[in-house]
Design a protein. Structure first.
Length: 317
């Protein structure tokens, strides 16, 4: 049998919508965006100053490290001699030992004191805002003036106290003691630097919600447990900033050394920056101390980068 023809007529296909008219490409659409001339004029002065005051002196100094230039007169190329001599110079090694010992001790003391002050100033105490201003005063005082005041105290007042108490090590000026003079410089540096670190820790403490402490108190956590398990982990970024900035600043100690000891007794308190300044600009060792400065710069960058990576890893824990 033949199948019966279908009675339903096939549906007509729906008419296709006409294609949307393509927009003509905008003029200059594929061209790189042109920078406004006003932006260039705004950036140009800073770029010129940065190049003239930082980049050019840095490259010039790097060039002279391969010479025997004394800061004046004639010079000749000596290759890597300056860098080789740095490795066998006892005075250079002594300055590095003093600088890193000073920076390490001062950084730890500064951050411990600053954190304690921040916890105190963040508590519910009377005249809290007034006390914050008082504790910030040391930071705004000139370093040289503060150092000269402490020099008078170490030379005149403290020996009197030491003789009254019968302490032989304090009966004479600390600044004249080859073994203890560096502690006097640490005391001045910590006294002045703790104010700035306190402000940063205060900013960190104010980001911690109060509800966390209330919940911890209900669970029976004491003050030390709250500090160790809650406060410190939550302010790790602020602690990292303080540690990195403190260590970098203390590695460049200069003013306190000039005002308190001038690198003495002997060479016991010669910091790297003080040695570079004294021998490079006054001792005719311009190229040699510039090489020392290049090595010092690379060490500071490496140490700061290592600190940054360490605290970033602690934030992710």
């Amino acid at each position: 049998m033949t199948p019966a023809p279908s009675t339903t007529a096939p549906r007509a296909a729906a008419p296709k919508a006409p294609p949307a008219p393509s927009r003509p490409p905008r003029r200059g659409a594929n061209r790189p965006r042109r920078v406004e001339r006003a932006y260039i004029w705004m950036v140009a002065p800073a770029a010129v100053l940065f190049t003239a005051l930082l980049t050019v002196p840095l490259l010039t100094g790097l060039f002279y490290t391969f010479t025997n230039y004394q800061g004046y007169g004639e010079w000749r190329f000596v290759g890597l001699t300056n860098y080789k001599n740095l490795l066998t110079d006892d005075i250079i090694w002594g300055s590095y030992v003093f600088t890193f010992k000073y920076a390490l001790v001062a950084t730890v003391l500064t951050n411990v004191i600053a954190l304690g002050l921040a916890l105190l100033l963040n508590s519910r105490m009377r005249a809290r805002n007034l006390m914050r201003g008082v504790f910030f005063l040391p930071y705004i005082l000139p370093v040289l003036i503060v150092s000269y005041v402490f020099s008078y105290l170490f030379t005149n007042n403290l020996p009197l106290i030491g003789r009254e108490l019968g302490w032989e090590w304090l009966s004479t000026s600390l600044l004249a003691n080859e073994d203890l003079a560096w502690l006097a410089i640490v005391a001045v540096g910590v006294w002045q630097a703790a104010a700035y670190n306190t402000i940063i820790y205060l900013a960190g403490l104010q980001t911690v919600p109060e509800e966390i402490y209330e919940a911890a108190a209900l669970d029976g956590a004491g003050p030390w447990r709250r500090l160790r398990s809650m406060t410190l982990p939550l302010i790790i970024p602020f602690m990292g900033i303080n540690m990195i900035l403190s260590f970098k600043n203390f590695l460049g100690v200069f003013d306190q050394v000039v005002a308190l000891t001038s690198g003495g007794p002997g060479t016991a308190t010669q910091s790297i920056s003080f040695l570079i300044f004294k021998n490079g600009f006054q001792g005719g060792e311009y190229a040699y101390q510039t090489a020392n400065g290049i090595i010092y710069f690379l060490i500071v960058v490496a140490v700061s980068f290592a600190q940054l990576k360490f605290f970033q890893s602690r934030e992710r824990v």
